[in-house]
Design a binder for this molecule. Structure first.
Ligand code: CUA
Length: 447
């Protein structure tokens, strides 16, 4: 008997130690952000009316369930302590007389549960209508007219495996159709933005946690959502529905700009690609840069710098200006390679040679802060990493494998090609270090 009670005592100490050490580990392992919960994709620290409405529903639900937890847990704790066996005799005592229960308590509990659900249902239903009804929906007015009329600005987001295309239906470019960009959605602040949600292939989901909760992009279904940014800012977005190999790295950004800056950006986007004029001296006279050996990256190595992460909106604004010390000859060489290496078949560069629509529009690629579906920062180092081996960054992507038609034949080859389903994949595009540098210079010049 004494051995049993000793064992019980030890167990109690062990349990207490376990809990304390567990808490300490948790505190140590997490930085203060764990407790503050303010990250790039925080749903707690929100910056727009739609996300705020969804936040209200979250908090109401949390508080109601917290009250239930405290009451139920408290009663359970109290009963456990009050009626626990305190002696040998208690442990072997006859159970007390059993009864059917207490109608008052049972009806009371049902009523309390209904009340709790009603308290949750009222804001839920209210916010469902609020987030569903786009203010001034279906308006295709220009931004300035729209601001006057209190209407929503309309954009279309299209999911692809694994990147996002963004279209501006109100902006039509002669000979090129609807203005399209990729990975970075630029919106005006202070006005509701209607986002039409479409997909090119499988189901994706559009989610910018700080601005609005996720809505799926479903084949043959015209989904939409609306969101609004209070202030100019830079917001992290993410595909939130499993969509294949590289779902986890299918990201995007939303850049909110004041109306004036937004209109300026829009004007810039309607222009064709920037051409860096060739130097008067012949290409051979221009000093060739020394092509240093490029370092290799570890799989899953982070692709963004601290400078960008700390102040991304500044980084974005800086990106709108041409790089310093541009090498026109190298850029011209890159532009040629962009054709000869068949990049033009999938990518559009308006005003230059690119015409493809199956891959991101690169007309103003150099003015974006990110590349590869928002995964990597758009800087020289990461751009090299991406064009050298896109498959290592985003497994299964079409830049690596091209498009395979229904018969299993390679309809459009990428870095690798095959002669048919189940056949070997052979190298198709290879880039020397020099070629890489030329392509990087060209792409970066596309402001
Ligand atoms: Cu697209 Cu997950």
């Amino acid at each position: 008997m004494r051995l049993t009670s000793l064992f019980k005592k030890l167990l109690r100490w062990e349990l207490a130690l376990f809990l304390v050490s567990g808490c300490l580990t948790l505190v140590q392992a997490s930085d203060k952000n764990f407790f503050v919960m303010d990250g790039h994709q925080s749903t707690i620290f929100v910056e727009g009316p739609v996300a705020r409405a969804q936040n209200v529903v979250f908090y109401v639900t949390c508080w109601v369930t917290l009250v239930i937890f405290v009451i139920v847990g408290g009663v359970m704790g109290w009963v456990t302590l009050k009626f626990k066996a305190r002696s040998e005799a208690d442990e072997h005592a006859e159970p007390p007389a059993q009864s059917h229960g207490n109608p008052l308590v049972e009806i009371g509990l049902i009523a309390a549960s209904v009340l709790a659900l009603v308290v949750i249902a009222i804001p839920t239903v209210k916010e469902i209508w609020y987030t569903h009804d786009v203010p001034g929906a279906d308006s295709r007015a220009k931004l300035d007219e729209m601001v006057k009329g209190g209407n929503a600005y309309e954009v279309t987001a299209i999911g692809y495996q694994w990147w996002f295309k963004f279209e501006y239906p109100t902006v039509q470019i002669a000979g090129a159709g609807t203005l399209a960009t990729a990975n970075e959605l630029v919106i005006p602040t202070g006005v509701p933005v209607r986002v039409n949600l479409r997909t090119d292939d499988v189901i994706h989901s559009f989610w910018v946690p700080k601005l609005a909760g996720k809505v799926d992009m479903i084949p043959n279904r015209a989904n939409f959502l609306w969101m609004q940014a209070d202030q100019p800012g830079y917001y992290w977005g993410q595909c939130a529905e499993y969509c294949g190999d590289s779902h986890a790295v299918m990201r995007f950004r939303v850049i909110a700009l004041g109306p004036k800056e937004f209109n300026e950006w829009l004007d810039g986007q309607t222009q064709g690609a920037r051409t860096v004029s060739a130097p008067i001296a012949s290409a051979s006279a221009v000093a060739r840069p020394q092509f240093a050996a490029l370092r290799n990256f570890k799989p899953n190595e982070a692709g963004i710098t601290a400078t960008y992460e700390v102040n991304p909106i500044k980084a974005w604004r800086d990106k709108q200006n041409p790089e310093q010390n541009e090498n026109a000859a190298l850029i011209a060489e890159g532009r040629k390679l962009f054709q000869t290496k068949t990049c033009v078949v999938c990518h559009t560069v308006r005003g230059h040679e690119g015409v493809g629509t199956r891959a991101p529009d690169l007309t103003h690629f150099g003015s974006r802060t990110t590349l590869a579906g928002g995964l990597l920062e758009n800087n020289t180092e990461q751009l090299h990493r991406w064009i050298r081996d896109p498959g290592a960054v985003k497994p299964g992507n079409k830049m690596e494998f091209g498009y395979v038609d229904r018969a299993g034949k390679s309809a459009m080859a990428g870095y690798k090609k095959t002669t048919g389903f189940g056949h070997e994949w052979k190298k198709n595009i290879t880039l020397t270090v020099e070629e890489e540098h030329a392509l990087v210079a060209y792409l970066q010049s596309l402001k």
